[in-house]
Structure formats: C-alpha cells, structure tokens
Design a protein around this ligand. Sequence first.
Ligand SMILES: Nc1ncnc2c1ncn2[C@@H]1O[C@H](COP(=O)(O)OP(=O)(O)OP(=O)(O)O)[C@@H](O)[C@H]1O
Ligand SMILES: [Mg+2]
Length: 495
Amino acid sequence: MNIFFPFKSLRSGLLTTYLVLIAVSLGLLAWRVGASLDASRFSETKRDQEGRAILAAGVAGDWMVNYRDQKMDHTQLWDETLTLAREINQSIALFDSQGRLLLDTEHPTEPIGLDESTLPEVNAALQGQSTTIVRYDDDDHGDAMFSVSPIRFGRDFIGVLRLELRMSLVEQTSFQFWVRIIGATLLAALVTIIVSLLFARALTDPLARISRAANAMANGDLKQRLQVNGPIEYQRLSNSFNFMAERISRVMDDQRAFVANAAHELRTPLTTIRLRAEALSEGAKDEPEVATQFLSDISNETERLSRLVDQLLSLSRLESGLVEPRRVPLALNTLAKQVIHDYAMRAQEARLVLRLNAPESLPVVNADADQMRQVMINLISNSIKFTRAGGTITVEMAARKQAHSSENLPAGNWVVTTVCDSGEGIPAEDLPHIFERFYRSDKARARDTGGAGLGLAIVKSIIDTHAGYVWATSERGKGSRIAFALPQTQPKDLS
Ligand SMILES: Nc1ncnc2c1ncn2[C@@H]1O[C@H](COP(=O)(O)OP(=O)(O)OP(=O)(O)O)[C@@H](O)[C@H]1O
Ligand SMILES: [Mg+2]
C-alpha cells in the first residue's frame, strides 16, 4: 500500500483528502478571521459605549447643575435621566463630584449618597478621564462593561455619568456571530463534499469504462474500442488501450489465417498421398509402371509434407521468441562458401552458375550460425528454383557504412549479403508481400514449385531477431536481388 495513498478506492481517497484539506483550511481560516473580527467588534463596542457616555454626559450637564444648585429635586433628576436612558437604550448612573451615587437606572433601590469613588471607573472619571472598564458587577452577579465620563458645566466639574452594559449581552451577539461563521464553514464543507463526489465520479467513471472494455476483451469481444476524450491522461490511456486492442485483433487474425493456411498446405499433399494409396490398394499395385509412379508420388509428397512441417515448426519457434539465437562472432563469407559448396550439385543439375563474390577480410557479425545457414539456404534455393537454365546466381558480400538510397537501411556499420540471380524476377505488385507467410506470386503458385511460401518469412524472422534488415529489389525479366544486412561486430562485442 502506498503511504501517500492509503485508501481502498480512488473515490474514497479523493473524498477524504478533500474533506481533510477543506476542514483544516476552512477551520483555520474561520478561527483566525472569526477571532480577529470578534476582537475588533469588542473594541468597537467599547469605543461606542465610551462615545455615548461622553455625549450623555454633555446632555446631563444642564440638569446636574440645576440639581447641584437645588433648582431641581431628585425626582425631576430621575425623570430626566430615565428619559435619556430610554432614548439611548442604556442604563445610566450619576455620581456627584465626590463620587457619591445620585441615581442608577439599573438599580433603583441603591441608596443615594453611597460613596462609590473607589470603583475603578468612577475613580478614573473623578480624575477627569473618560474610560471604559469591564469588571465583575456585584449587583448583577456577572461581568459588565462600564463607560464613564466626567460631567462638566462650563469649567466646573459637577459629577460623573456612567453607562452600564451587561457583558452577557455583548457575548450573546458574539455567540450569534460565531454561529454564523461556523454555519458558513459547514455550508462550504457541504458544497465541497458534493463537488468532490462529482469530481471523483468524473475521474473514476472513465476508469470503470476502461476496465469494462478490458473485461469484454478478455471474454473474447475483440471489437472493444474506447472513446478518446476527457483529460489528456485518459486520452493517452484510451489511445494505448485502443492500440493494444488493435494489435491483439491483428495478431488473432494473423493467427487464424496462419492456422487456416497451414491446414490448407498440409491438406494438399495428404490428399495426394491418400488418393495414391487408395488407388494402389484398389489394383494399381498390379500394374508395375503405375505402381512405381504412385509410390514415387507418395514419397515426394511425404518429403514435401515433412519439409512443410519442419518449416512450420521453425517459424513457430522463431516467432514464439522462446529460443534465443545462439550468437557467436561469425564470418559470413566462410559460411556462404560452405553453403555454395553444398548446393553446387543442385545448381549444376539446373545448369546454373552459382558463385560467391566476397572480400576475404569481411568484418564478422554476431549471429547464430545455424540460423544464418538457413537464411542462405532459403535464398539460394529460391534463386535456383526461379532461375532458368543457363542463368547465374551470385552471392555478393560487402561491408557498408551507409546504405544505398533505395534500401531503407539506417546509417551504421553493416555487413550486407545479396543473393542476385538472373531469373524471372519478382512482379512489382508482389515485392511488398514476398516476406509474408504463405505468400507466393501467382506465377510461382501456377507453376507449383512445391514451396508453401514460408522460406522468406523464415528469413525475415531470423534477420529480425538479429536486429538486421532484409529487402528485395527486382526488375522484371532481369532477375532479383534479395539482400540482408547485419550489424558488424564491434571490437567490444568480441572481448
Ligand atoms: N529469387 C526469386 N526470384 C523470383 N521470385 C522469387 C524469388 N524469391 C522469392 N520469390 C517469390 O517470392 C515468393 C515467396 O518466396 P518464399 O521463399 O517465401 O516461398 P517459396 O519459395 O515459394 O516456398 P518455400 O520457400 O516455402 O518452399 C515465391 O513464391 C516467389 O513468388
Ligand atoms: Mg523459398
């Protein structure tokens, strides 16, 4: 399990990741922003209260001076203060210039004349300061915010005005504020869940489609193809899948065609053998001439059959990739000399000149000797088969750095072997196909040269496993040139 992705499914992984990220980031954000907003709201309230206290003190100056000068009695003072308290929706307390309580709208029963000069806020106001203090209030049994302002009339200091705001009220609005912040955070989290669910769905749906298609292919439906759309990664994956499906279909088609062709090629000699054997047992054996002919037919067909089986076996071994070529440093000119020597008799019988044109100091190649011998045999026997009496077959060998422009051989150090003959040539329309399995030109088929069309397929297979190139050129009526190139052995390969 990947430590960066310890989840069972992509969907749960995405969802969890999103949720954790959003919870952490939104939570932190809400906490930081909320706390600083709350703090600034608190100091704003404090400032407000202080401002109100100063204004109220300004208003109260008139009656306080009247009260001091006894132009107004205590009841009238009460009425005026109460009206103001209602107007500004605050509780007001008034103190005289010594800090003695005159009245308190919040606590009407508080005794008049009580010395409260020791209360911190009253004390501060007696010193001439307007201020706000939060402290425990004995009367209310809770915290309260007290804002005080000195009351002046002209230059006279005549008392103190105090506003009181219970902290429970301040905290209540703060609570509502937090509820709103948390609500918004949860709403954002909910939206994120929905969006990430949809997103996870959009990410995993194509994967499910691909896996369905792969399953269908595994169950034999090779026509499965994916639509190439969506994010670029999915497009690439779909393209790879389609490419793979295409390849598999082609391989399966090839396989089917190969089996059908092989069966067809095997059936012809088998039918001949069966017919000849039946004819012999039905009486042909009693006619010596016919019997000899039929027995020789049976022998030829059996030989053809076993050659075919050998070819099929070596092709399937080569293409299965199970047998690695046993590569050794090999002098191709020496090998060619041997093969030409072995085929000298057959060439002579066909009245053909078979010769080698190779430098003595040909660079060596790294190759499997048996397979290279097979390549040369296949090429030389083709030339013998397709060249009329009196013709010439030349095996040319040369070391080459750069290939001729007509050969699409990349630059490099190659040993090129060409089997040239003066035979009938290969029709241009057949040239691109002669290396295919079971491919024979119509002429070769009509003349029934006895081959199955596997020789060059085997050649190509062998040269491919040796990282070489093989190609053919031909001019109608002037003969054919079938060539193969193998990389030269580098000095380091030899060590
Ligand atoms: N030297 C050549 N001259 C003319 N045609 C050739 C030559 N070599 C190959 N061909 C053509 O290419 C076809 C394929 O050759 P390939 O060697 O694969 O098959 P084959 O010789 O017909 O049969 P097999 O090699 O299986 O006995 C031949 O049938 C023939 O039409
Ligand atoms: Mg052949």
